[in-house]
Design a protein around this ligand. Structure first.
Ligand SMILES: NC(=O)c1ccc[n+]([C@@H]2O[C@H](COP(=O)([O-])OP(=O)(O)OC[C@H]3O[C@@H](n4cnc5c(N)ncnc54)[C@H](O)[C@@H]3O)[C@@H](O)[C@H]2O)c1
Length: 250
């Protein structure tokens, strides 16, 4: 058990997608603020005193059950869950293969359902769950129909989960990031013209650093957000108010 002082001192958390990007930033910050963390990822990285990695595919129910059971056996329970694992295979609708559609919707939407199901079952004294959706829940992306539809599903799923779990003292909220500099979006930043197009649409003029998502994500799990459930927080540098660049030319 992590004995550091902090907002999350003594709390036990699970983070799916802990091995990279936003999930790795959330994991670092949780441990720095006193939590003990189980990291559930295809590639969860190395363990440490307060971090237990569990190789997990979030589309496989038995994997989620095992990851949650590890939180209980290693640290004595589960208080907080951050469902962040994600990726996508996209294409224009007329060219989209059924297998790429299934890959994306299963990972993005079913993964959140399976994670929430087993996390909530283990939260015996209440808790907080934060599901990472996307700005694409509100704004479509050329070639991103599977991803955007599934992320919109994550936002509604989170409201539904909040409705069902509130009387058990479990709060559920969604975060909708705009563009964040992680391996997932490196293809965008490496294409100079595309990066400039994106930055021209983002009111703050740049993508976010993953740590700029960790702050709002941890806020929703903190006691300061104790009366917030069933809502969504857009963290996009003001991008939603301008819309997407025309991606059809890329
Ligand atoms: N980066 C962005 O601009 C952005 C914007 C909006 C939403 N998001 C969402 O944020 C989340 C994190 O993205 P990121 O940018 O940090 O990406 P990332 O690629 O850096 O990290 C994603 C992590 O998820 C893991 N993962 C992928 N498939 C998995 C599976 N089936 N089971 C378990 N783990 C799996 C990967 O191994 C990786 O460690 C995703 O849900 C993504 O859709 C990202």
């Amino acid at each position: 058990m992590n004995i550091n002082e902090g907002r999350f001192a003594g709390k036990v958390a699970i983070v799916t997608g802990s091995g990279s990007g936003i999930g790795a930033a959330v994991t670092r910050r949780l441990i720095a603020e006193g939590a003990s963390v189980v990291g559930a990822d295809l590639n969860p990285g190395d363990g440490s005193e307060y971090y237990v990695p569990v190789v997990t595919n979030v589309t496989v129910e038995a994997d989620l059950e095992a990851a949650v059971a590890t939180a209980v056996s290693s640290f004595g329970g589960l208080d907080l869950a951050f469902n962040i694992a994600g990726a996508a295979k996209g294409a224009p609708i007329v060219d989209h293969s059924e297998s790429d559609w299934d890959f994306t919707v299963d990972l993005v939407l079913k993964g959140i359902f399976l994670s929430t199901k087993h996390e909530a079952r283990a939260m015996k004294s209440g808790g907080a769950i934060v599901n990472v959706s996307s700005l694409n829940a509100h704004v479509p992306m050329f070639g991103g129909s599977a991803y955007a539809s599934a992320k919109a599903g994550v936002e509604m799923f989170s409201k539904n989960a909040a409705l069902e779990l509130g009387r058990s003292g479990i709060r559920v909220n969604a975060i909708l990031p705009g563009l964040v500099s992680t391996p997932l979006t490196s293809a965008f930043s490496e294409n100079e013209a595309l990066a400039a197009d994106f930055n021209s649409k983002i009111v703050l003029g740049r993508p976010a650093d993953p740590d700029e998502l960790a702050g709002p994500i941890l806020y929703l799990a903190s006691e300061d957000a104790g009366y917030i459930t069933g809502t969504s927080l857009v963290v996009d540098g003001g991008w939603e108010i301008t819309g997407y660049p025309d991606l059809s030319k890329y």
